[in-house]
Design a protein around this ligand. Structure first.
Ligand code: ASP
Ligand code: MG
Length: 424
């Protein structure tokens, strides 16, 4: 008997039948003698639909109101899930993020959790009820306005509540069996791993893996809270995200060299053409971009052409920030005296991640050989201690991921099962 926190994603509660199926699963855990706290996402594509609705009404929806609108999605799922659990003879009570004590800052659309005061949740548990908490939302400490944590934020709600409640584990239910060595949607030979470290999961999530929200992994690492990612469509054991694989597994297994291959199609590449090659120019470019609150990823500067004394500076950023970045650069064009701007969002980033890279030579050689044998052209390269990433054309992404996956011996014998629809 322990405290289990379970989070169900949108694809696990997509319609009435799924809601009932999830309810049965929760009741089963409860009847097995555990206390259960549930975090739920909006049903299916509800959040996307609500965003589309807002955009029909207003080209640039007010941030406070957009948050209020989006939190309605999770209110629907938490209420219907509680009803379904009631019908199975167990008391369930739904709570908004605010009621559950999720206190955030007031940055609408990307609020950060600054405190968790789960008094009402603890009281519900003490009463023998199952609290059902709306994911991805909270209330701002200063303004008292309703906030959202950013897309995919229900994972973070779950981990934050699990940590605050001192849960033994946070189970994240999704539409695949666990964490895979690549996205099974583009790499059918992807293999499920039993364990992965926070460190590797952070790199994968930061580089496009959508199975877990980046901030949820950061949070879990901070509290050393194990996450169990598993499917709500099967009863198989999924993947545990932990700090130390040998410790978690309890025997002397060596950690695999490579954890997986991630891809990201959401970035754009901006090239500032003909930048005078003198001190302060890069600083000017990146100051302008930073002031527009654009997050950069990779940066490359070419060697300058001797004849002109000018160079090109290329960087990547989220597509959603692309126009903002261009506008900010356009404003400093005369000051920096660059010649032109180029924008390209037909790119994909492919990343190889593994803590073993630190101590195993030859990983880069195998990686680039695999890409070249597959005819994939590399446009940009960046690395961290445990990651190598390249930018390539969008149309080459699947080929690149599959080639690298095979080259590192990650291919499974069978094909991965995908139960749901959206990848969230
Ligand atoms: N419903 C929200 C979204 O779709 C939050 C979540 O699913 O975690 O982004
Ligand atoms: Mg969702």
């Amino acid at each position: 008997m322990g405290l289990v926190v379970q989070k169900y994603g949108g694809s696990s509660v997509a319609d009435a039948a799924s809601v009932k199926r999830v309810a049965a699963r929760i009741v089963e855990t409860k009847r097995a003698g555990h206390d259960v706290v549930v975090i739920v996402s909006a049903m299916g594509d509800t959040t996307d639909d609500l965003i589309a609705l807002a955009e029909q009404v207003s080209p640039n929806p007010a941030a406070r109101e957009l948050d209020m609108l989006l939190t309605a999605g999770e209110r629907i799922s938490m209420a219907v899930l509680a009803m379904a659990i009631h019908d199975l003879g167990i008391e369930a009570r739904s709570y908004t993020g605010s009621q559950a004590g999720l206190i955030t800052d007031s940055a609408h659309g990307r609020a950060r959790i600054i405190d968790v005061t789960p008094g009402r949740i603890q009281a519900a548990i003490a009463d023998g009820a199952v609290p059902i908490v709306a994911g991805f939302q909270g209330v701002a400490q200063d303004t008292k306005d309703i906030t959202t944590l950013g897309r995919g934020g229900s994972d973070t709600t779950a981990v934050a509540l699990a940590a605050a409640l001192g849960a033994d584990v946070c189970e994240i239910y999704t539409d695949v069996d666990g964490i895979f060595t690549a996205d099974p949607r583009i790499a059918p030979k992807a293999r499920q791993v039993p364990y992965i470290t926070y460190e590797e999961m952070l790199e994968l999530a930061a580089n496009g893996a959508k199975v877990l929200h980046l901030r949820c992994v950061e949070y879990a690492r901070r509290f050393d809270l194990p996450i169990h990612v598993r499917s709500s469509f099967s009863s198989k054991t999924g993947t545990f995200v932990v700090s130390d694989i040998s410790r978690a597994q309890g025997d002397a297994v060596e950690q695999p060299i490579i954890a997986g291959v991630a891809h990201d199609m959401g970035d754009a590449k901006i090239t500032v053409v003909g930048v005078p090659d003198k001190p302060g120019m890069a600083a000017g470019i990146f100051r302008a971009v930073a002031d527009a609150e654009v997050n950069l990823d990779m940066i490359v500067q070419n060697v300058s052409a001797a004849a002109t004394g000018r160079t090109d500076v290329t960087f990547t950023c989220p597509q959603a920030d692309g126009q903002k970045a261009l506008a900010a650069l356009e404003k400093v064009k005369h000051e920096i005296e660059f010649e032109d701007l180029r924008y390209d969002d037909d790119i994909a980033k492919v990343s190889l991640v593994g803590a073993g890279m630190r101590s195993h030579p030859g990983v880069s050689a195998t990686f680039f050989r695999a890409l070249s044998d597959a005819g994939v052209n590399v446009e940009m390269i960046s690395t961290s201690e445990i990651r190598i990433s390249v930018v390539t054309r969008t149309e080459s992404a699947a080929t690149a991921v599959q080639a690298v996956h095979t080259a590192f011996g990650l291919d499974a014998d069978g094909e991965a099962v995908i139960y749901g629809g959206t990848g969230r």
